[in-house]
Design a protein around this ligand. Sequence first.
Ligand code: ATP
Length: 280
Amino acid sequence: MAGNSATVASDAHQGTDAPVTLSVRGLQKIYSSDTGDVEAVRDLTFDLLQGELVCLVGPSGCGKTTLLRCIAGLLEPTSGTVELDGTKVTAPPKKMAVVFQEYGRSLFAWMTVRQNVELPLKNAGMGKAERKAAVEKALHAVGLDHAAGSYPWQLSGGMQQRVAIARAVAYEPEVLLMDEPFAAVDAQTRADLEDLIRTVWKDLGVTILFVTHDIDESVYLGERVLVLSNSPTIVQEDLTIDLPAERDQLTTRSMPRFTELRAHVYEQIQKAKRGTGATA
Ligand SMILES: Nc1ncnc2c1ncn2[C@@H]1O[C@H](COP(=O)(O)OP(=O)(O)OP(=O)(O)O)[C@@H](O)[C@H]1O
């Protein structure tokens, strides 16, 4: 089954009319230090079309976080470009939001859930009434209407991560970047959060780039999966996930096609680890 490459389509977005939202071209990042240079990312090129949910997987240490930080305008690439709606990213763009793994550190403990979600809107100069409506909509989207007055430390890890997601979507970003956001929560909560992401994605029409270590998660969530090679990194494969749009933890994960796609990605990651997958 793992050798089923011939039945697995690449170039997922060919034939769709949606415009390109995010464009990464020839991205390279070399870290320089006293002990020498580390080429984390060599030559990454891919596009995200408007409204896509794309997952990014690759071997540990292959440069996923480096790539995301370059896309988010938090790190300057050594060469290559990132463009959002045709404009080069040189600083964190207003139309982008990022959700990190460490939800505990990303929320302010002395602020209520409502205040945490409201803060970036306040900083952006949004009026009070508009802010209130945006916060209510975002908390409702993540199923936390009842927790608006609670403090983060009164919530479970999964609920805290939902607050971080609400804070990111309240802003109505065009692109949502997620860096292994569910790595620190238990399996049951993780499954719930995966479904939440697909619901929020469908309801709000946001473009999502979701980084994960977890092969099953990438196939379950994504419309496309980008498999990265070992460091120094290139895109080893751009894979279409041709599963039905309506996904369900039980039904989707027990589909033969799910098993085939998961086996295919697994095989690609093994090749990436051995350094035999990349052709460029
Ligand atoms: N600030 C830095 N200075 C020097 N090297 C760095 C720095 N940050 C990352 N690296 C190196 O760059 C490579 C890619 O790191 P990065 O954290 O982007 O990978 P990753 O795929 O996100 O890792 P993981 O799968 O473990 O989360 C690694 O070899 C890492 O050691």
